[in-house]
Design a protein around this ligand. Structure first.
Ligand SMILES: NC(=O)c1ccc[n+]([C@@H]2O[C@H](COP(=O)([O-])OP(=O)(O)OC[C@H]3O[C@@H](n4cnc5c(N)ncnc54)[C@H](OP(=O)(O)O)[C@@H]3O)[C@@H](O)[C@H]2O)c1
Length: 250
């Protein structure tokens, strides 16, 4: 798809990967709606994007709430007159062993990381149908393909997202809507300093730059309509965690 002048929603736009995706989409001429819960970082990104001459709006939204997601999506279409692209980057996924995974922790992880992408897709698809098609990119994870120690709820959510992605890919073909999954491993984003993981310069050196994930996002959606790239795993060349499946392993 030629993405210039198209309209995109990026959830988690204030996070590490969402920020880079937003910058690259803007540079490619896409008109943007930046979404996350807290407005401050979104406003800073909006300023950065506007300086480069791109069109951008900010819509602070808790995307775990279905009604708020419907309203946010309608607001985007009221503003730009159309919707073509959805990139689901938002998530919540701190480490947690089986014992640490309370019902509340489980619900928040699943709601933000699995239910919210479903809600955003459900709200966006009717508008994409109106313009004859679209592109949906879900950010999965290596943790959605292999189990990771002390990440019970997060792994469950990401395996679930893979299932959601596969089902949507089949269902939305008839609407000319392509559904893609990008599955990163450890990527250098603000998630890590807040995660409690012990990070040395040697570990960080092995992390994936968020720009690389953003490049993969743009690449999948720019392929010809007759091609589908279902999933792009992007892994660390060398395991940053000395052979462990996660830095949270005991
Ligand atoms: N970083 C990695 O190593 C890595 C590896 C594999 C996969 N991934 C995946 O890549 C994606 C992006 O990760 P990241 O590391 O860039 O994330 P991040 O920097 O931690 O940012 C998370 C984003 O999600 C937003 N968010 C959280 N809860 C929300 C809610 N209820 N409603 C709306 N927005 C919400 C946050 O903003 P607010 O807090 O303001 O809402 C923030 O913008 C995620 O799907 C993650 O699973 C990351």
């Amino acid at each position: 798809m030629d993405i210039a002048n198209k309209v995109a929603i990026v959830t988690g736009a204030s996070g590490g990967i969402g920020h880079e995706v937003s910058l690259k989409l803007a540079a490619a001429g896409v008109r943007l709606a930046l979404v996350a819960k807290t407005p401050e970082k979104l406003m800073a990104l909006k300023k950065e994007i506007e300086k480069k001459g791109a069109q951008v709006i900010v819509i602070p939204t808790d995307i775990t709430d279905g009604k708020s997601v419907e309203e946010m999506t309608a607001q985007v279409v009221n503003h730009y007159g159309r919707l073509d692209i959805l990139v689901n980057c938002a998530f919540w996924g701190p480490p947690g062993s089986l014992e640490q995974t309370t019902e509340e922790f489980w619900d928040r992880t699943i709601d933000t990381t699995l239910k919210a992408p479903f809600l955003c897709v459900r709200a966006s698809v009717p508008y994409m149908r109106k313009v004859g098609g679209g592109r949906i990119v879900n950010i999965g994870s290596r943790a959605g393909k292999f189990g990771e120690d002390n990440r019970t709820a997060y792994c469950a959510a990401k395996f679930g997202l893979e299932g959601l992605n596969a089902a949507l890919r089949e269902e939305l073909v008839r609407d000319n809507i392509h559904v893609h999954l990008i599955s990163p491993a450890a990527t250098n984003t603000p998630f890590w300093p807040s995660s409690g993981a012990k990070l040395t310069p040697e570990i960080l050196e092995r992390f994936i730059p968020p720009e690389t994930i953003a490049e993969a996002v743009l690449w999948v959606m720019q392929q010809p309509d007759r091609v589908i790239i279902p999933d792009v795993p992007v892994y660390n060349f060398r395991n940053p965690f000395e052979g462990k499946s996660s830095p949270f392993a005991d």
